[in-house]
Ligand binder design. Sequence first.
Ligand SMILES: [Zn+2]
Length: 225
Amino acid sequence: MNIIQEDYYPIKFGWVNCYLIKTEGGYILIDTGFPRKRKQLEKALEEVGCSSSNLKLIIATHGDFDHTGNCDYLREKYKTKIAMHAHDSGMVEHGDMLWGRKMRNLFTRMILKVLLLLFRAGKFRKFKPDIFLEEGYDLSSFGLKAKVIHLPGHSKGSIGILTSSGNLFCGDLFMNTGKKPGKSSLVDNSIELDASVTKLKNYNFFNVYPGHGSSFKIEDYWKSH
Ligand SMILES: [Zn+2]
């Protein structure tokens, strides 16, 4: 596990990123990875001193199981709460990544079906979130100067976490697994996805931390698109 900026700890599991953020008096975990990577995640949390006494909150950027795969387990173990957008809660409550998605895109359907098969094998634990995060939700009561931005497109309930220091944890709005960062290749609604990207022009921030691939500067993305 590398420290990429003073208080941010990216935890990489193959192609999925989770981010542990050190806040005033504790930690916030953004996304939780696949169920089968649970031991690796627990080890990474332990290494930096994150425990049941100081994990204040788990945030899921959206409902897909590669991001929510350990939410329920960690909530129980760390005696904490799970927060996500209401529009994706059906996915985790029913254990169905197709839930609430229009799925007009055949490619997306196929990929998600393959992922569903994989995750069944990985024993996804269904759960109900404790807190629903809406546009503008202020996370300062959890010790983090950050706000929630609703960024639908990859899924209806996709969100980003924008910190006052200028970092955006964008979930799967962007991916950066190839030569340069781009929009998510798994799209539920491309019009909404484009609108979410355009919406980001209203905010002042510098670094983007995606759910897949390396972090990048938003400036570089704007320059190349
Ligand atoms: Zn993902």
